[in-house]
Write a protein that binds this ligand. Structure first.
Ligand code: SAH
Ligand code: SF4
Length: 358
């Protein structure tokens, strides 16, 4: 059975034509899937009974199976989703006062081994398909009854590709999913409400800007190659200066649409006042803002989080250099839901395979 979720309009058209249907049905089908959130063919009232049965015999609208879900006492909500057999991914819904973001995974695990990130310690890695990436959004929209609504009335307002995995190592499926998310006939979420976070896969960055035009976040975390090589080992291949050059020319970056530099605060490693001054210097001619992320520790991690006073001082140095530097408020700590280091207590059953965070 072919799952229609994640197929482009053209692919849906092809599938329907193969069944002897007219091509225009594809547009109607997309509308049922992405605007109305149909979970089965029975509810597709614009189709004849005969067609509904034919569709149900050939296709599915299968979401990833929810194997575990948890509500945090701060309102964030985490799903552990089974994508196939034992492979689990997580997504997290993070409501704020005037918006709510879904943190979406792009891979099971991650092939990169950033030394502070627990996702990188997972052995099992595979790319998610566009359907599995979209499936995370469908599950969230099902839960919050967020279908059939104009953008202004929706609960889910933003998507951040900051969950498990390096999205630019899975560009074909990530871009296919994002195109369906941005399509006015798809999920219909503006590119201004989507952010893609990368550890710095330089050759793909320009493509993200020209082809997708979504917001860019760079996991920078250090101001010297020496330290960044340790924290984000892909830096050995794509060092800071080249990475910042790619940011300087990122299509669509401007004062109103800044590139976010993520900077995880690690005690005694990257959090000195000199580091803050150097960061200000490095970013001086880039449309940048910095997100200071308190490190979320995990058992066996070689790092600890900088103190609040050190983080505040770091932020004030950036601010004095006219760089906005909000300190991220950790969300869903009680349910272990920090983006980018998603995990689940369940996975502790297999410590060797899925050496998880806590
Ligand atoms: N692979 C991509 C996207 C996922 S990681 C990337 O690296 O950008 C998303 C963010 O979570 C990154 O900025 C990452 O550095 C951060 N992160 C990972 N582990 C963390 C931890 N233990 N504490 C705080 N932030 C963490
Ligand atoms: Fe992968 Fe991002 Fe974690 Fe690095 S920080 S290991 S790139 S998920």
């Amino acid at each position: 059975m072919l799952n229609l979720i994640g197929l482009s309009k053209y692919e849906v058209e092809e599938a329907l034509v193969n069944l002897g249907e007219k091509p225009y049905r594809a547009k109607q089908m997309w509308h049922w899937i992405y605007c109305k959130g149909a979970q089965n063919f029975e509810e597709m009232s614009s189709f004849s009974e005969k067609l509904k049965i034919l569709l149900a015999n050939h296709f599915t609208l299968q979401r990833p199976r929810v194997s575990h879900e948890q509500l945090s006492n701060d309102g964030s909500f985490k799903w552990l989703l089974e994508v196939d057999g034992p492979n689990n991914i997580e997504s997290v819904f993070i409501p704020e006062v005037d918006r709510a973001a879904l943190c979406v995974s792009s891979q099971v695990g991650c092939t990169l081994n950033c030394s502070f990130c627990h996702t990188g310690t997972q052995k099992m890695v595979r790319n998610l398909t566009a359907g599995e990436i979209l499936g995370q959004i469908m599950v969230a929209k099902d839960k919050y009854q967020d279908w059939k609504k104009p953008a202004s009335e929706r609960k889910l307002t933003n998507i951040v590709m900051m969950g498990m995995g390096e999205p630019l190592f899975n560009y074909p499926e990530v871009s296919k999913a994002l195109r369906i998310i941005m399509d006015p006939e798809g999920i219909s979420l503006s590119k201004r409400r989507i952010t893609l976070s990368t550890s710095g896969v330089i050759p793909m960055i320009e493509k993200v800007g020209t082809e997708l035009g979504v917001g860019l976040a760079i996991s920078l975390h250090a101001v010297t190659d020496e330290i960044r090589n340790e924290l984000v080992p892909i830096n050995k291949k794509y060092p800071i200066e080249q990475l910042l050059n790619a940011c300087r020319t990122y299509p669509g970056a401007n004062n109103a649409r800044r590139i976010t530099f993520e900077y995880v605060m690690l005690k005694g490693i990257n959090d000195s006042e000199a580091d803050a001054r150097e960061l200000s210097r490095l970013l001086r001619d880039i449309h940048a803002k910095v997100n200071l992320i308190p490190f979320n520790t995990w058992p066996g991690s070689p790092y600890s989080c900088s103190s609040t006073s050190v983080i505040k001082k770091f932020a004030s140095i950036l601010n004095n250099n006219k760089i906005s530097a909000p300190i991220r408020v950790p969300r869903g700590r009680d349910i272990m839901a920090a983006c980018g280091q998603l995990r689940s207590a369940k996975e502790n059953n297999e410590p060797k395979k899925l050496n998880s965070l806590s």
